[in-house]
Design a protein around this ligand. Structure first.
Ligand code: UDP
Length: 232
């Protein structure tokens, strides 16, 4: 079994699609997400005239990303989970973007899950940042992280408690077995953006929380390094 403090193997391919050079195929173990960032002119109506840009995200799972097949919803109405996840991705990415420096234009980051084996939202944030940074670097070649629209990097990982043991990066099997699970979103400089922790099967105490956060920080530091190797 994978050691409890280790990430699943990660593989990242930037420029995966010819149709969009700011596309990233992000794999962690058997979870595979295609993240693509696109620049669009203008901003949503409520933001017009404020001299600020906008960053948003869309998330979806392909029918064959799960077994059995996940039925495609063609009604156009998003289910609660999808809405929650795409808002989380958008909030996380905006946390590291200086919207004023972006000017009045929008970036949409599409996160499409090709294969789901737990941690699709955290993979979307980590891979989505690489797509976003690739796009910004292409549009503003003189910019860098800390100089231009990107203030910092951002990555996310899950942690949980299984049979009393704190574990990093839950795949589906671990996710199902977990008494507690938590998604941690952090900047590359080590600041928290969002914590989503739930004691579903059991409550958790301060000590477990501290251990989960320490493990998440270790995972995020590794993810940050992988990101910066590709986009800085
Ligand atoms: N899952 C699934 N069908 C669904 C939703 C989730 O098979 O409609 C599986 C999938 O493997 C996913 C895992 O359950 O990665 C955990 O889902 P969760 O909602 O906790 O989100 P995630 O961990 O993917 O961010």
């Amino acid at each position: 079994m994978r050691p409890s403090d280790q990430l699943r193997p990660i593989d990242i391919q930037v420029g995966y699609l010819n149709s969009n050079p700011s596309s990233v195929l992000y794999r962690c173990g058997d979870t595979v997400v295609l993240c693509s960032a696109s620049l669009e002119p203008g901003v949503p109506g409520w933001l017009e005239g404020k001299g600020k840009g906008w960053v948003t995200a869309e998330y979806d799972m392909l029918p064959s990303s799960t077994n059995p097949r996940k039925r495609r919803d063609r009604s156009g109405k998003l289910d609660g989970r999808t809405t929650e996840i795409q808002r989380l991705i958008g909030r996380s990415l905006r946390a590291v973007v200086d919207l004023k420096a972006l000017g009045e234009r929008s970036i949409v980051v599409d996160c499409d899950v090709l294969q789901a084996d737990g941690g699709t939202r955290t993979a979307s944030i980590t891979g989505g940042f690489i797509a976003l940074a690739t796009l910004i670097k292409r549009e503003l070649p003189d910019s860098s992280i800390g100089n231009g629209p990107l203030r910092d990097s951002i990555a996310a990982i899950s942690v949980g408690v299984i049979d009393g043991e704190v574990r990093l990066d839950l795949d589906y099997e671990w996710d199902v077995a977990a008494d507690v699970d938590m998604n941690v979103v952090m900047t590359g400089s080590g600041r928290f953006v969002e914590l989503q922790g739930t004691g579903e099967e059991a409550t958790f105490d301060d000590e477990q929380l501290t251990r989960m956060i320490a493990l998440a920080k270790k995972g995020i530091a590794e993810l940050t390094q992988r990101q910066l190797d590709l986009v800085s």
